[in-house]
Write a protein that binds this ligand. Structure first.
Ligand SMILES: Nc1ncnc2c1ncn2[C@@H]1O[C@H](COP(=O)(O)OP(=O)(O)OP(=O)(O)O)[C@@H](O)[C@H]1O
Length: 310
């Protein structure tokens, strides 16, 4: 690779890049299998997969906590675990050990001192996770959601370019989950890049710009939520169905017409629905329903992950 002109090392617009990343445990377990991952600067990337798919193992490799069996990874242009890279990454992969009898703020002060972070970052990080009002309460009095937010604040102390969060809503109640989702959206809205893992589709669907779906250690799909959902379409209930299909297939703007389960599925721009309806009706077809039909991300996910439990 050649050096870039912008003063940044090459490849810096891909904050995370892996090639053939693999982690085996013994002969029988391949936790991560030939993974090619690319996380772009400024995006919120959702690493989505069922339990045991290899998400945590991947994140641990990216942080240099474990070594890959083969393949390579660059994080912020550095090899995983390199001090220069780590100084620009904040991570919440294992729950950090907080002192139960210290306040949230004092816990962060201790960490800031260890990490050689200026003291004023403690207040900023507390504000970012909206814990400033409870900063002086002892950690043990915090709800699970607050504890998790303090973990995020700890990851933010270095004001990192890249924030890596492993299942950040795990174990939280619905309100705690919603708060955490809102927080992640906020954290990822500016320059900062966020890589988060999740086994919950709804979660990545709501927060992420792009999603990588992992199954049994392999990346089975990658793209925006809209791309993963696939092409836009229309669902039509009409009589007689075969005739409707024949006519629809010949209409301008209809790419494909298929009869599925007693309905007609059209690959077409939903904005043309009124026009398609009018043409079918004028051809003598009785149309009882015509609406946009999107494959839900859940259907896509179940297809990709082989209908394992999520
Ligand atoms: N240290 C280890 N020794 C042996 N097998 C391991 C080890 N760590 C992980 N595995 C196995 O590797 C696979 C992937 O695990 P990993 O924890 O990365 O998955 P995950 O997608 O993060 O799932 P979860 O959300 O349940 O943590 C699993 O089958 C797991 O049992």
């Amino acid at each position: 690779m050649k050096n870039g002109d912008a003063g940044r090392p090459p490849g810096e617009d891909l904050l995370v890049e892996t090639r053939g990343l693999t982690k085996r445990y013994g002969r029988r377990i391949t936790a991560v299998d030939n993974l090619d991952l690319a996380v772009r600067r400024g995006e919120v990337y959702g690493f989505l997969g069922p339990n045991g798919a290899g998400k945590t193992t991947t994140l641990r490799m990216l942080l240099g906590l474990i070594r890959p069996s083969s393949g390579r990874a660059r994080v912020l242009g550095e090899r995983p675990g390199a001090p220069d890279g780590l100084a620009r990454i904040g991570a919440l992969v294992e729950s950090p050990a907080f002192y139960p009898y210290l306040s949230g703020k004092d816990n962060l002060r201790v960490m800031a001192r260890y990490a050689d972070v200026p003291w004023w970052r403690v207040d900023e990080a507390l504000m970012e996770v909206e814990l400033q009002g409870r900063a002086k309460d002892k950690f043990r009095k915090y709800s699970l959601g607050m504890k998790q937010r303090l973990g995020v604040a700890a990851a933010l102390l270095k004001d990192p370019e890249l924030l890596i969060l492993d299942e950040p809503t795990n174990g939280l109640d619905p309100k705690g989950m919603a708060d955490m989702r809102a927080l992640i959206r906020e954290l990822g809205s500016g320059e900062r890049t966020v890589l988060l893992s999740s086994h919950l589709l709804g979660e990545v669907e709501q927060i992420c710009d792009r999603v990588g779906v992992v199954r049994k250690g392999r990346l089975v799909a990658e793209g925006t939520v809209a791309e993963l959902r696939g092409r836009e379409g229309l669902l039509v209930r009409a009589e007689p169905l075969e005739e409707a299909s024949y006519i629809a297939a010949r209409l301008e703007g209809v790419e494909e017409a298929t009869v599925v389960d007693g309905t007609l599925r059209l690959v077409a721009d939903p904005e043309r629905s009124a026009e398609i309806n009018a043409k079918l009706v004028s051809a003598g077809i009785r149309v009882s329903e015509l609406r946009p039909a999107e494959q839900s991300l859940e259907e896509v996910f179940l297809e990709l992950t082989g209908r394992e439990t999520v």
